[in-house]
Design a protein around this ligand. Structure first.
Ligand code: NAP
Ligand code: FE
Length: 366
């Protein structure tokens, strides 16, 4: 056996986690740049909990609450300007993957002089200290070294990836998930399910990432019916947050696959939510992989408790509902973009551009 596993983030999960861990935030700095979305953190109590802890620690803060879904390059440069102007010496992200990813980029840009047109070129090594407080159960960004930004030049979403982007601290309290709408909960859980499934069929998977992926798949599959019927308990929400953090650790090692590459065009051009975009494509990509590598798909089905990939598809369909319309021209355009994505190289069974075209068609029934 051979593996390499590295997660430098301290992860604490607990009820009242933020209030209980003032001592972990205290050494991070004197003045925080809080990076968040426009509304949800103010409404679900996460921002208040953070402000109380900062105040009890004698730490001041400045609020950057402008992060939109699928954050843009302009947004993170604006946040970095604020961090520099306000002399923030650490960063706390509160929210879903969008604020967490934006905070990673902002924390890095506050320390590195990188021209806007070179942002995706790599070579990042420094950043301000960073704590992430996730409020969705989806991206696992709190345990990854990726920050995904909208890349208008390439008409897609592109990942900034560097070991320097792993947060220092992740504080997980599932009570913040109570305010999620059915749609956002559904879409974010599909994203985390996709991370663990894609991680298992990645050619970079290892024994540890496999163990984490199968655990996350088992947990999520067991709760899918409760999401579909919208009868989640607090325990379910805690399990889903746990599973999404595991999914983050998985993709930190395996990367994502063609599903994410293909999903980015659905988000960029058709404004389909990130998690939903993956869910629309996941079953067909699993079946595509199963044809050549049934040995890598069988453990996924077994962990989820499904007898076949058709049953896997039915469970996902119970969350997805009616699929969007797509044209053959759109598919041809998206396929030509997806084949150029870095994550295609992670696929255990690598698709050609023609395969990708076919996978889109099968996924949308055209
Ligand atoms: P999101 O874009 O962060 O948030 C989606 C919506 O949910 C926003 O309207 C947000 O409102 C709201 N929201 C967040 N928490 C809430 C809560 N507790 N209650 C009510 N509403 C809440 O969604 P996401 O799916 O978590 O993140 C998606 C982004 O993460 C994408 O850009 C994707 O590419 C990226 N991603 C990153 C990684 C990684 O490893 N870094 C992995 C996968 C995906 P507010 O705006 O008001 O907060
Ligand atoms: Fe994702």
């Amino acid at each position: 056996m051979k593996f390499n596993f590295h997660i430098p983030t301290k992860i604490v999960m607990d009820d009242g986690c933020v209030a209980k861990n003032a001592d972990l935030l205290a050494p991070m700095g004197k003045r925080a740049l809080i990076v968040t979305g426009t509304h949800s953190a103010k409404a679900n109590g996460s921002l208040d909990d953070l402000l109380n802890v900062l105040s009890s620690n004698g730490q001041s803060y400045v609020l950057f609450d402008k992060v939109m879904a699928n954050p843009t390059v302009d947004c993170v440069y604006e946040g970095a300007e604020m961090a520099k102007r306000e002399k923030a010496d650490f960063t706390v992200a509160v929210g879903g993957g969008s604020p967490m990813d934006a905070a990673k980029a902002i924390a890095m840009l506050a320390c590195e002089d990188i021209p806007k047109d070179k942002i995706f070129a790599g070579g990042y090594s420094k950043r301000l200290p960073l704590c992430c407080i996730p409020t969705t159960a989806g991206t696992g960004s709190e345990t990854t070294q990726y920050a995904i930004l909208t890349n208008h030049a390439a008409q897609t979403k592109t990942s900034l990836a560097s070991p320097a982007l792993f947060p220092d601290l992740a504080l997980l309290d599932s009570k913040y998930l109570r305010s999620l709408s059915k749609d956002t909960m559904t879409n974010t859980v599909i994203d985390s399910f996709s991370h663990s499934v894609e991680g298992f069929i990645s050619n970079r998977a290892n024994a540890v990432s496999d163990t984490l992926a199968l655990e996350a798949i088992k947990v999520i599959a067991g709760i899918i019916p409760a999401i579909a019927e919208w009868r989640l308990t607090d325990d379910d929400r805690a399990e889903l947050l746990y599973a999404s953090t595991l999914g983050g650790m998985v993709i930190a090692h395996t990367g994502t696959t063609a599903v994410h590459s293909m999903g980015y065009s659905l988000t960029y051009f058709k404004n389909i939510d990130h998690g939903r975009a993956n869910g629309l494509l996941l079953t067909e990509f699993l079946k595509f992989t199963e044809k050549k590598r049934p040995d890598r798909v069988a453990p996924i089905l077994k962990a989820a408790g499904y007898v076949s990939s058709d049953e896997f598809g039915k469970a996902l369909d119970s969350l997805l509902g009616k699929r969007e319309e797509i044209t053959a021209q759109e598919i041809a355009r998206y396929s030509s973009i997806a084949i150029k994505a870095k994550n295609i190289a992670n696929c255990t069974v690598a698709p050609s551009e023609e395969d990708i075209d076919k996978l889109y068609r099968l996924s949308f029934g055209i």
